[in-house]
Design a protein around this ligand. Sequence first.
Ligand code: ADP
Length: 164
Amino acid sequence: MFTLVSFNLIDMKKSACFPGSFDPFTKGHEDIIRKGLDLFDEIVIAVGVNSSKNYLFPLEKRLNHIKSCFENEPKIRVITYQKLTVEMCKDEGCNYILRGLRDVKDFNYEVPIALMNRSMSEIETVFLIPDTSLFAINATIIREIYKNGGKIDKYVTNFERLVN
Ligand code: ADP
């Protein structure tokens, strides 16, 4: 009886991964995750590591920074991965992928990936829309602002944890 009950509880757990390079992790990413916390029992923030890609912020800084944004949130785990996203999801026990949608460009980019992921693994992708004030936040633009000496702390929570 005990086994049956605990098995069902494990089975019911809804766990999502939010994959990305998060170079840097912005208030847009953060908003999607905070909204996702209402839907999922656990969210794994999965920082993809691509050895052929040049990142602006070092991996360790990005990891520490993301962790600092969710210090008091037990439903969040932060990991790195270097494999197919669906394989990482299986390894981490995630049955959903969480992604954000800002505009048609995101939609056109995301839908084929979501369909391929479902075809490979039956893992569903759940899309959430951020607060309208965050629509324009884009990691590529944030990097350009930072590289050119602009301030980005308005777009990145705990910015000091990213650079110190
Ligand atoms: P990466 O971190 O791999 O560079 P992106 O930052 O482009 O990738 O996006 C990772 C995910 O976060 C995508 O689903 C993207 O739509 C979402 N995202 C990025 N910025 C925002 C934002 N401002 N609002 C909502 N979702 C966002």
